[in-house]
Design a protein around this ligand. Structure first.
Ligand code: TRP
Length: 462
């Protein structure tokens, strides 16, 4: 165990974990679901989910990783064994490995769109196009199978080439570049957003708790997205925690991570919505929101081509630092369980996830298999993978993490792991209350509605 790779510093961990949390979830997904559910009230519900459910589960995951110094499956098996409990707790880790495949396979495709748009902006494609053709462009990119396969290949290749370098040498080195770059790009676009006439309308849309378009589905979505955006429920934060030293402060780091993640999500709204309101575009455009509205709107501004380039580069950087963490979960499992070298594990896992991602990459091109899949399940591969992960696998994983940490892990160990190295150590009873009661109960209720064991009609008040 002593030869296990570790972060160069605790700050390296915070950067990497923030890099995992801040991703497509913040910049691509959060603005479009905020738009779909009508703004302020949805945002408020989301913030409550982050604070009451997300942060306690985040702390639990990192604690388990740091205590066990193992990848997810081995970590749960080891701690359960040491505490005199069944090794079958290791199944939580397996759930995470499955979720890693599912998420990274579609994540890589969206990251590919970001790369493609960065490229298009770089060669100044949008300047010569009118608004309608830009809007139609997203549809044709979505439908272009070979193009999506191409970028999916590039994204997976870049991700593998970083993860293969190891924890401090590969991942930490990459996030030390990616995260500051992200911050600078965001700051620039934020200032640009503030200067636009639609800024005040955007502020009121995102922060005034009005709820015309908010509904029960929005509550379910808010919690699921809380897990997705904090990278919870599949052992990603657990894996990153396993590279911490035993006396690193966990609760403090987790608060910092959650705050930065929330900050970036809100800042992304403050970049995207001013543009939308300034040009009178539609806020509820769904997954195409940033890919349609941003290029349409920015081309009308001076400096537009450059801002487009900056925006999509930002999106890609954010996606990359998250993709790294998704790959690392499965890679570290292969290293720990199968005894493979990092090089072998990264390559094979990368190839396997790449293959699983091909149907997602082809989702928009109407191939026969995809069409019949959609006919049977009512959703495309892509939407099914998104739904399966953020609405089912992640909440389920988070639920069992909360149950294990709150109810199964021996009290003295749990207390010691929470408090060691942290100034927040005496807040232990508060965290324990949340991880025992608030998080699991909230997740369970939402989950039962999601899979319709509890009828949705109860939520609609009729
Ligand atoms: N949190 C990332 C985002 O918001 C996505 C992500 C990275 C993730 N690693 C994860 C989601 C692990 C769930 C689990 O885009």
């Amino acid at each position: 165990m002593s030869n296990r790779d570790h972060w160069g510093s605790r700050f390296g961990f915070i950067l990497a974990a923030t890099g995992s949390a801040v991703g497509l979830g913040n910049i691509w997904k959060f603005p479009y679901i905020t738009g779909t559910y009508g703004g302020g009230l949805f945002v408020l519900v989301y913030l409550v989910c982050i604070a009451l459910v997300g942060v306690p589960v985040l702390i639990a995951e990192v604690i388990i990783g740091r205590a066990a110094q193992q990848s997810p499956v081995d970590a749960f098996e080891k701690l359960a064994h040491e505490g005199g409990n069944s090794r079958s707790w290791g199944s939580i880790g397996w759930l995470g490995v499955v979720a890693g495949f599912v998420i990274l396979s579609f994540y890589s495709v969206v990251a590919g769109w970001a790369m493609h748009y960065t490229f298009l902006a770089g060669v100044n494609t949008f300047a010569g196009m009118d608004a309608n053709s830009i809007a139609e462009l997203f549809g044709s990119v979505f439908a272009n199978g070979p193009l999506n396969i191409f970028w999916h290949t590039v994204v997976m290749g870049v991700t593998v080439s970083i993860v293969v370098g190891g924890v401090s040498g590969g991942i930490e080195t990459a996030v030390r570049f990616l995260m500051p770059a992200l911050l600078v790009l965001m700051a620039g676009l934020f200032i640009d957003g503030m200067l636009q006439p639609g800024f005040s309308e955007a502020v009121s849309f995102v922060f005034a708790p009005r709820g015309e378009s908010m509904n029960a589905e929005g509550f379910l979505e808010a919690l699921g997205h809380g897990f997705f955006t904090l990278s919870l429920g599949m052992g990603a934060m657990l894996t990153y925690g396993s590279y911490l030293q035993h006396d690193d402060d966990v609760p403090g780091a987790c608060f910092a991570i959650a705050i930065m993640d929330t900050f970036v999500a809100l800042a992304a709204c403050m970049i995207i919505f001013p543009v939308i309101f300034t040009f009178g575009l539609d806020v509820s455009k769904g997954p195409g929101l940033v890919f349609v509205t941003i290029p349409v709107a920015l081309r009308q501004l001076t400096g537009g081509p450059f801002l487009n380039f900056v925006f999509f580069a930002l999106l890609f950087f954010a996606a990359l630092s998250s993709a790294i963490s998704l790959l690392e979960v499965v890679t570290s499992s292969a290293i720990d369980r199968l005894g493979w070298t990092r090089k072998k594990a990264t390559l094979w896992v990368g190839v396997a996830i790449y293959l699983v991602g091909i149907p997602s990459a082809l989702t928009g091109s109407t191939d026969v298999f995809g069409a019949s899949f959609e006919a049977i399940f009512g959703k495309s591969f892509f939407d099914s993978f998104d739904w399966l992960s953020s609405s089912v696998l992640l909440p389920l994983g988070g639920f069992f993490v909360a149950i294990y940490t709150g109810w199964v892990m021996p009290e003295d160990r749990r207390r010691a792991e929470f408090a060691r190295g942290s100034k927040l150590g005496n807040q232990y009873p508060i965290w324990l209350f949340f991880i025992r009661w608030v998080s699991p109960v909230a997740i369970l209720i939402v989950f039962l509605f999601t899979v319709e064991i509890l009828p949705r009609s109860w939520l609609h008040g009729s």
